[in-house]
Write a protein that binds this ligand. Sequence first.
Ligand SMILES: O=P(O)(O)OC[C@H]1O[C@H](O)[C@H](O)[C@@H](O)[C@@H]1O
Length: 559
Amino acid sequence: MNWFSIYVLNDEWEIGQANGYRSMGKLTGSLEWKNLVRHAEVLKRKHLKTLFNADTARFERFSLTHGDLLIDFSKQRIDTTTLALLRKYAEFSQWQTWRDRMFAGEAINHTEGRAVGHWRLRAGRTAPDDVRDVLGRMERFCNQVRFADWVGFSGKPIRHIVNIGIGGSDLGPRMLVEALKAYHLKGVRVHFVSNLDGADLATTLEELDAESTLFIVASKTFTTKETMTNANTARNWLLQKFSGEEKSISRHFVAASCNVQQAERFGISTENVFPFSDWVGGRFSVCSSVGLSVALAIGFERFQQFLGGARDIDQHFFSAPIESNVPLTLALLSFWNGSFLGARSEAVFPYSHSLRLLPAYLQQLEMESNGKRIDRDGTEVDYLTSPIIWGESGSNGQHSFFQLLHQGTELVSSDFIVMAEPDFSPPGHHDGVLANCLAQSSALAFGKSSTELEPEEIQDSWGDYRCCPGNQPSNTLVLPTIEPFTLGQLVAIYEHKTFCLGVLWNLNSFDQWGVEFGKLLADRLRPVISGNVSPEMYDASTRGIVAHFSKLKHKFIKK
Ligand SMILES: O=P(O)(O)OC[C@H]1O[C@H](O)[C@H](O)[C@@H](O)[C@@H]1O
C-alpha cells in the first residue's frame, strides 16, 4: 500500500467513522457534562426576551469590566445556573492546573514536546534574557530605520517595508498595522505579501522602488513554501535592480525567525535576523519579532505599549478568579454555545473599519488551535470542537449576510467589538456606528414578533415575512478606543480564550498536524503539475483536473 492509499483511500477507516465506533468519552460521560446537557434542554426553550424580562439586574449579573474594558454577555442564552454549571465544568477540566502549567513553562504542547511561552514575550522586566535582548535589537533597528541611520544599499532612506510571511507570520502583524493606522509614523509604508499566487508580490513590487525598500522575511520555520518562494522572487527582483550585487541583500533583507541558520543560508546576515524560540506558536507569535513590521509602522515605543496591553491581560488571566476571569468566561460561553446549544459557528463583528482584519486573524488563532478531533489522551472525541469562526466589519456585514442571522435557520453566536471613541473622527460618523452595533445585537437577541409589527406593516399580507425570531446570542466587547495598549489586551484575551477552550475540550491547542498533511500533498503534486511525474497514482478527480489544466495551458500558450 503506498502513502496515497493510506491517507486517502483507506475504506476501513472510512467505515469505522461512519459507524461511529466511539465510546462515551471521559468528558461527555462526566456528571459535569451531563448536567450541562440536561440544563441546555431547559435553556433551549427560553427566549432571551423572557430571560431579560425575568431579571432586571441581568446586565450587572452578566457583564465584566477590566480597567476600561467592558464585556457584556447578558445577551447570551444563559442564566445563573448555566454559569454555575459551566464553572463547575471548568473546575472539572482543571483549567487552573493547565493555566499554571503553561505559566510554569511545562511542555504542554505534548505532541511537539514544547512549552507554550508566547506570554513570556511581553513579560517586561521578567521576560527571559534572550527575549529582552531581541526587543532591544528591534528597538535599535526601528530607530535606525526611522531616523535614516539604516539606509538602503545606494544610501537612500527606507520608505517601504514589505513583510513576507503567511499564516501566523502574516495575519497578526497585518491586522495590527491596519488597525493602528492612526498611529503610523510619517514617511514609511508597510506592505504585506503572503499569497503564493504571484499576483500578490508582483502587484506590490510594482509600487516600490528597490533602493528604498526593506523586506522582512517573517517565518518561524524559514521553510514555508509560500514565504520562501516570495522571498526568493523578491531577492531576485532586488538583485536585478542592483546589477547582481549580493552585498545589497544585507541592506534590504532582515528576518524574523526561529531558524537563524536557514535565514543565513538565504543570505541574511546573523545581525539582521531577529530570532524567537520554538515555544512561540506561529499563530501566537505577533508579540515576537514577527511584530517587527508593526513596530516599524508605529514606532517601537508604541509597540511596547501594545506588549503592555497583552501583559496586562496575562496578569489578569493568571490571577483573576473564575467568576471574573475574562478569557475563561468567553471560552465557557463559546463552549456552551457550541457543545450544548448546537451553534456551529461564531461570528466576529468589529464595528471598526480599522479592525476589519480581526476576523481573519481570529480564524487562524481559534480554528487552527482547536479544530481537532483527537484529544490529549489520544482518543477520538465524541463532541464538536472549534466552531467555524467568521466575520466582517460592521456595518458592512449588515448589508450582506446579516439577513441569515436575523431570519435564517442557523444558530450563530456573535462577538460585537466596538470602541467608545473613534480612531478617526470626521464628524457625524461614530454615533451612527455605535447605534448600529447596539441595534444589531438587540435585534438579534430580541427579534420582532407578529404582535410587535408596526401598524403599517400589518396592512399587507407579508407579516410573517417581517417577523424575526431573535434569540441569537452575542457578546459585546467595548474598548475605550483603538490604541496599541487596548489592541494588546484584545489579542491576549482571544489568545487565552483559545487556550481555555482547548482545555475545556481536552485538546492540545498548539499543534497543527492537519496543515502539515496538506503541505505534504502539495509538495508531492508539484512535479505532477509540471508534467515530470505521471498522475497515474492519483484519484480520478485529481487526474481529470490535471488533464484539464494541461489542455488549457496549451490553449493559452497557442494564443
Ligand atoms: O511562520 P512559518 O513557519 O512560515 O509558518 C507559517 C504558517 O505555516 C503553517 O500554515 C502553520 O500551520 C501556521 O501555524 C503557520 O503560522
